[in-house]
Design a protein around this ligand. Structure first.
Ligand SMILES: Cc1cc2nc3c(=O)[nH]c(=O)nc-3n(C[C@H](O)[C@H](O)[C@H](O)COP(=O)(O)OP(=O)(O)OC[C@H]3O[C@@H](n4cnc5c(N)ncnc54)[C@H](O)[C@@H]3O)c2cc1C
Length: 415
């Protein structure tokens, strides 16, 4: 089949690779000059356990007392969020206690597990180092912090994920750089946890797709999709281009592209930050990844850099950087791993990105309902962790094969 992929973030790059590897004639249209320039640019890098990622789904990290206005488990409304931000935030909070939430959580666990296996398989096949680090430690400041994670923990354990509850001393043996002064009641250790460089892998996937015959057209903005046939209109071109299938991997932009076709995807930009600093002293830096569930942040190792990530803001794209959030991230990095990173180096990179998030935290993977138009978008806080699995499953669906996991929970028709 002749297939067009719109968008070359991590999801589009993975989809292009899988479809090209299946023997399709693939063309990727990307508005930017390179792959992974938007949400996939500065991701925190955590691959597993994806369900424990901050802002992975509503309902996790909520704690016993969930409040509508000051819920610490819902993204923060910032200047310019407007009524739409407020409404979306309410949907997110409600979704956490929806009767369907446990089913969706189980489906997300399955997607995360499958995707991790596929990511590892591809990294091995390409024989590349994607700055992988192994092991994830969830830092518990207070014994009751564990309570927030219970819905995810049970599912992970039922699925065979090894999760050890360890005391503070053992946590410091696993991550020797952890400060002896930091408040640590204990930790949860996932030896199978993993992090890697999302942007780097997107670029590797793009090259691998090209080696399989895919064409990548950069600087090509798709301005409209057609409802009757699989065709799309590129800005500046006189006539639409026709394909046998079009796959939308446009992250946040998917809602605007689908609206003229009568599909309303309630996507929100949940902005977050990453601060990447050069390594100062290896033994003082994280060896794997840590998650601080109280402050909804992660600290990961990315090769010769340390990356701290957090913040969840509902507001406009061009909004100013939120100084208190950045300060929390700097404090967390130096508080948990003092001397691990050069935070005053001119090479420090501060990035604000938008997680393309749907109110139930799950992506849309499957048909749009319009002939020949497929969607692989809305992966929220877990796009890196879910990209390779989503891409393989969608490629199977397009080929008429049964995907390795049930895609029903990810249908667009749930909205
Ligand atoms: C602070 C932060 C930390 C994160 N940490 C993690 C993490 O640890 N683990 C994890 O799994 N995920 C994480 N994420 C989430 C992850 O980064 C995203 O879910 C993922 O990058 C989404 O990928 P995507 O390909 O769908 O979107 P994008 O990377 O945004 O790609 C969409 C592409 O489509 C292109 N496009 C859009 N419209 C058009 C058009 N009309 N024509 C042509 N091209 C178009 C864009 O230019 C873009 O390149 C994090 C996100 C943030 C913001």
């Amino acid at each position: 089949m002749q297939i067009a992929i719109v968008g070359a973030g991590i999801v589009g790059a993975a989809t292009a690779y899988e479809l090209a590897a299946d023997g399709h004639e693939v063309t990727v249209f990307e508005q930017r000059a390179a792959a992974a320039e938007e949400a996939s640019f500065g991701s925190a890098g955590l691959l597993a356990p994806a369900l424990l990622l901050p802002w992975a789904t509503p309902g996790i990290g909520a704690g016993a007392k969930r409040r509508l206005w000051a819920s610490p488990s819902a993204p923060q409304l910032v200047r310019g969020a407007g009524i739409s931000g407020l409404t979306w935030r309410r949907r997110w909070i409600r979704a956490g206690s929806d009767p369907t939430a446990p089913t969706l959580l189980a489906a997300l666990e399955g997607l995360g597990r499958y995707s991790l296996a596929r990511t590892r398989e591809l990294a091995q096949l390409f024989d590349v180092d994607m700055e992988t680090s192994r092991g994830t430690l969830v830092l518990l400041r207070r014994p009751e912090d564990m309570e927030q994670l219970q819905p995810a923990l049970q599912l992970l354990r039922d699925a065979g994920e090894i999760l050890h509850e360890v005391d503070a001393d053992t946590a410091r043996l696993i991550e020797p750089g952890l400060s002896s002064d930091a408040p640590l009641a204990g930790a949860l250790h996932a030896p199978g946890g993993e992090a890697g460089n999302c942007r780097l892998f997107a670029q590797i996937l793009r090259h691998a797709a090209q080696e399989q015959g895919a064409q990548c057209v950069f600087g090509a903005r798709v301005q409209a999709l057609s409802s009757g046939a699989a065709s799309l209109q590129i800005a500046g071109e006189a006539a639409p281009r026709r394909f046998d299938a079009v796959v939308l991997c446009t992250g946040l932009a998917s809602a605007a592209l689908l609206r003229p076709l009568g599909l309303r995807l309630p996507l929100a930009a949940v902005h977050g930050y990453t601060i990447s600093a050069p390594l100062r002293e290896d033994s003082h830096a994280p060896q794997g990844s840590v998650i601080d569930p109280l402050h909804h942040l992660t600290i990961t190792r990315q090769g010769q850099r340390v990356r701290v990530s957090g913040g969840a803001e509902l507001g406009p794209a061009g909004g100013a950087q939120h100084a208190p959030t950045l300060q929390t991230l700097y404090l967390a990095l130096s508080g948990w791993f003092p001397g691990g990173a050069l935070t005053s180096s001119p090479q420090v990179q501060v990035w604000r990105g938008a997680r393309p998030t749907l109110p139930d935290g799950a992506p849309v993977i499957g048909t749009s309902g319009h002939a020949g138009l497929w969607i692989n978008a809305g992966h929220g806080a877990c796009g890196w962790a879910q990209a390779c699995g989503s891409a393989r499953a969608l490629a199977d669906l397009i080929a008429g094969r049964a995907p390795a996991f049930d895609l029903q929970p990810f249908r667009v028709q749930r909205f």
